[in-house]
Design a protein around this ligand. Structure first.
Ligand code: NAD
Length: 336
């Protein structure tokens, strides 16, 4: 991917209608959903679908540029109009997710207008590409501020409201850039990787309160993608972009935000109609003989085992890994 060009903001989403394969009705009747960054791209599509399925939706969007400059309230307002014209319930929020006050205000909007809060789709985001060597401290901070700080600033007040209700769903937006890496995206990848860490703990602490938290790693043709590759014409030449219709991400997010979702602490990649779990596995590793002091040479000699990915487990928390190590070292559960 090349550096972004400043100009075009139009997004090609006019693909053939999709045929729904819905088998079980998942509705949001009497539920309230916040979608951040809902004025454009993926967020807009999520908001429309939640409303279509009966949710009252808080359509949050600051309405800035892809790089995070400026603000335009009409971006969120237009989506609210679209939802209301279709007979749905929605209210706009123009607050930035990137401040604690903004996060509080978005949650307050949901509670004041609709009286409760069932699901939060943390989706607002900015983007920019720069070689690691040239990445400025300001660009780094701005990226972490919107994606990672923003996810925290919103999810904390939302968590409190959900805990009081004994029910809630979080869908955090991560990225394959954060899990697997992407050139020229050290700041973006770090922010998205941090989101996994936040979501993991929200999931763990939320479990006893009926709160589920999961991440989505989307691929969707949007302004973000178009500007990143250098505009509409350049985007039209890239075959992969033609198959990542953003509407194909929507079902995954809607499911994770719904009453039907009993999963928590999971991550799902969604793009081009391929939906797949993304997970951090822990290899079996090599166990140095008890009582020995392994050397760097021992590491080198046992690297195949240490680096092996089979067999593996997917720990449910650090405690789970501590228990595994303890068991391998012959400690009982009590002493772990
Ligand atoms: P987009 O640029 O079309 O939409 C993002 C929206 O977020 C914009 O309308 C913008 O105004 C809003 N926003 C930005 N900063 C905000 C702030 N501080 N407060 C409130 N709103 C703010 O982008 P998109 O492609 O729809 O991306 C949505 C999310 O998905 C982002 O988090 C992005 O990083 C992530 N993502 C997208 C892709 C993809 O292929 N499109 C891939 C991986 C991850």
């Amino acid at each position: 991917l090349r550096s972004p060009s400043p100009a075009p903001t139009t997004v090609a989403t006019a693909a053939a209608p999709l045929s729904p394969h819905q088998t079980t009705a998942i509705d949001f009747k009497d539920q309230v959903v916040i979608v951040t960054g809902a004025g454009r791209g993926l967020g807009r599509l999520y908001a429309l679908e939640f409303a279509r399925r009966g949710a009252a939706v808080v359509v949050n969007d600051l309405g800035g540029s892809m790089g995070g400059d400026g603000a335009d309230g009409s971006v969120a307002d237009q989506v609210v109009d679209e939802i209301r014209r279709a007979g749905g319930k929605a209210v706009a929020s123009h607050d930035s997710v990137a401040t604690p006050e903004g996060g509080e205000a978005i949650v307050r909007t949901a509670l004041e207008h609709f009286g409760r809060l069932d699901a939060v789709i943390s989706n607002a985001g900015i983007f920019g590409s720069v070689d690691f060597e040239r990445l400025s401290a300001d660009a780094w901070r701005r990226m972490l501020n919107v994606h990672l700080d923003g996810s925290f600033y919103l999810s904390q007040p939302a968590f409190r409201a959900m805990k009081a209700q004994g029910y809630g769903r979080f869908v955090f937006t991560a990225s394959s850039a954060g899990m697997f890496g992407q050139p020229q995206e050290a700041h973006y990848a770090a922010a998205k990787a941090g989101t996994f860490g936040l979501a993991n703990v929200v999931a763990i602490e939320g479990e006893e309160h009926g709160i589920k938290a999961n991440c989505v790693l989307p691929f969707g043709f949007s302004r973000m993608v178009t500007e990143t590759v250098g505009g509409d014409e350049a985007a039209a030449q890239i075959p992969f972009l033609q198959i990542i219709d953003p509407r194909l991400v929507v079902p995954m997010v809607v499911f994770l935000a719904s009453r039907a979702c009993a999963l928590s602490h999971h991550n799902y990649s969604a793009g081009a109609g391929r939906y797949a779990r993304v997970f951090a596995g822990l290899g079996e590793g090599w166990l140095a003989p008890a009582g020995t002091e392994p050397t760097a040479e021992d590491i080198a000699a046992n690297l195949a085992k240490i680096s092996g990915t089979q067999p593996f487990t997917v720990p449910t928390s650090i405690v789970d890994e501590v228990m595994q190590i303890s068991a391998r070292r012959g400690l009982g559960q009590d002493s772990a």
